[in-house]
Design a protein around this ligand. Structure first.
Ligand SMILES: Cc1cc2nc3c(=O)[nH]c(=O)nc-3n(C[C@H](O)[C@H](O)[C@H](O)COP(=O)(O)O)c2cc1C
Ligand SMILES: CCCCCCC(=O)C(=O)O
Length: 411
């Protein structure tokens, strides 16, 4: 990559853009770095990128910056979902159907966002959900995310198909991460990944069950036709090449494998997995009361209500709409987490009111990563945290425990 040396007039424009950035603490070098990656030639620094940088008010404002920074096929891998991307859109839109019932005259001078998960203190209920191949979005990939998670005391869930090993991610975060699990139908592979993750200090194994081999992502396929650059980091077209690039799969014999989320996976597999996971075992991708009950019966320690950000199947059922029935079925026996379409502090608030213990984000922090590296991820966490604090005050809920189902209504 060429070094970015802006001309004097460009520098003035960049400085103006930076000065207008309302997010304190994004260093100029970070902004310049992002623009340098976005435009290998300084002369190509576009007005659109500068304007977008100057207008960051909320996490969604990072998306156009990420788009300007990334090769089209990488951005498409990040942005898109299954079929017509309708579930992706509905995941967020559905939050507008829930309205907040604010209570008045409650002392909210000390809003406390801290909570407890599995007996561990969390400074805030927002966590960074698993996203694979993050070096496709920024050279520092998961390392930058882990550092940001450490700086902000946010929980990070590391993908099996991360481009950083769990050992390096934990070292960068400074405290354990959760290991998300994809595996093959070869039991020895499953055991090896679990053993390695637990030896490295992973405090939970999160089995993803909603991403069956063979998703239909037409938007991504179209983007790959126009952008023919090597996207092997994030695209699974060449299975052997793809898995070779994933540190968590290094040293494993995958020569007989063709998939990482086998079609024959069943509750028997989950029960067997329960037998080898010594820490917490969480199941990610549950969207019905029936499966939530089965998960608890099979020994799950936690459930993530998720449709994988609408990436795998076009169900048109937003994950926030699935949360209440799962919470009802679980009857407080294990914590329930949710992700999908969370873009505002009010979305986090509504999810908590509907019974979530923790609320995951995917794309928003990757937009921050793509645009600004570690600082961008931190800024996304800060923005959502600030918005959550604000709505907690407005709604008369000074603590996370004070947020109850009475604070939200489906309209
Ligand atoms: C680019 C990308 C890669 C992802 N990779 C994984 C993964 O490796 N494992 C997994 O369980 N979920 C993965 N997810 C799903 C996220 O963990 C999460 O469920 C989803 O992104 C939440 O929706 P949101 O992006 O609207 O916040 C990925 C999502 C994206 C956008
Ligand atoms: C099941 C193997 C491919 C996983 C790709 C990572 C992922 O979950 C995604 O949404 O992308």
């Amino acid at each position: 990559m060429k070094t970015f040396r802006p001309e004097r007039t460009q520098r003035r424009r960049i400085l103006r853009a930076f000065a207008a950035l309302p997010i304190a603490g994004l260093p100029l070098t970070t902004l310049l770095g992002a623009l340098a990656r976005a435009h290998a030639e300084p002369a190509a620094v576009s007005d659109a990128a500068l304007t977008a940088a100057a207008q960051i008010l909320n996490v969604m404002d990072f998306e156009p910056l990420a788009k300007a920074t990334l090769p089209p096929a990488h951005f498409a891998y990040l942005a898109t979902g299954a079929d017509d991307d309708q579930t992706v859109r509905l995941n967020h839109e559905a939050f507008s159907h829930y309205q907040i019932r604010s209570r008045r005259l409650i002392d909210v001078s000390h809003a406390d966002l801290s909570t407890q998960v599995f007996g561990q203190p969390w400074t805030c209920p927002i966590y960074l959900s698993a996203v694979g191949s993050m070096r496709a979005f920024h050279p520092d990939g998961e390392l930058a995310v882990a550092r940001a998670a450490g700086a902000k005391s946010a929980l990070m869930m590391l993908s099996t198909v991360a481009t950083t090993s769990i050992e390096d991610a934990i070292a960068a975060r400074g405290t354990p991460v959760w290991q998300q699990l994809y595996t093959t139908d070869d039991w020895s592979i499953t055991q090896a990944i679990v053993r390695r993750a637990e030896r490295a200090g992973s405090s939970a194994i999160v089995l993803t069950v909603d991403n069956l081999t063979g998703r239909n992502n037409e938007t991504l396929e179209r983007a790959k036709r126009v952008d023919t650059r090597d996207c092997a980091q994030c695209h699974v077209s060449d299975f052997a090449g793809y898995t070779r690039r994933k540190p968590m799969l290094a040293g494993l014999d995958l020569s007989h494998a063709t998939e990482l989320s086998p079609l024959n996976m069943s509750w028997d597999f989950f029960a067997r997995l329960r037998g080898v996971v010594s820490g917490k075992l969480i199941i990610k991708g549950i969207v019905t009361a029936e499966d939530a009950a089965l998960a608890v019966r099979h020994g799950a320690d936690g459930i993530v209500v998720s449709n994988h950000g609408g990436r795998d199947e076009e169900t048109l059922r937003p994950s926030i709409d699935c949360l209440p029935e799962v919470v009802a079925a679980v009857k407080r026996r294990v914590p329930v987490f949710v992700d999908g379409g969370i873009r505002r502090g009010t979305d986090v608030f509504k999810a908590l009111a509907l019974g979530a213990t923790g609320v995951g984000i995917g794309r928003p922090y990757v937009w921050g990563l793509a645009a600004f590296g570690q600082s961008g991820v931190e800024a996304v966490i800060d923005l959502l945290t600030r918005e959550l604090r604000q709505i907690m005050r407005q709604a008369g809920t000074p603590t996370i425990a004070a947020i109850t189902p009475e604070h939200v209504i489906h309209g």
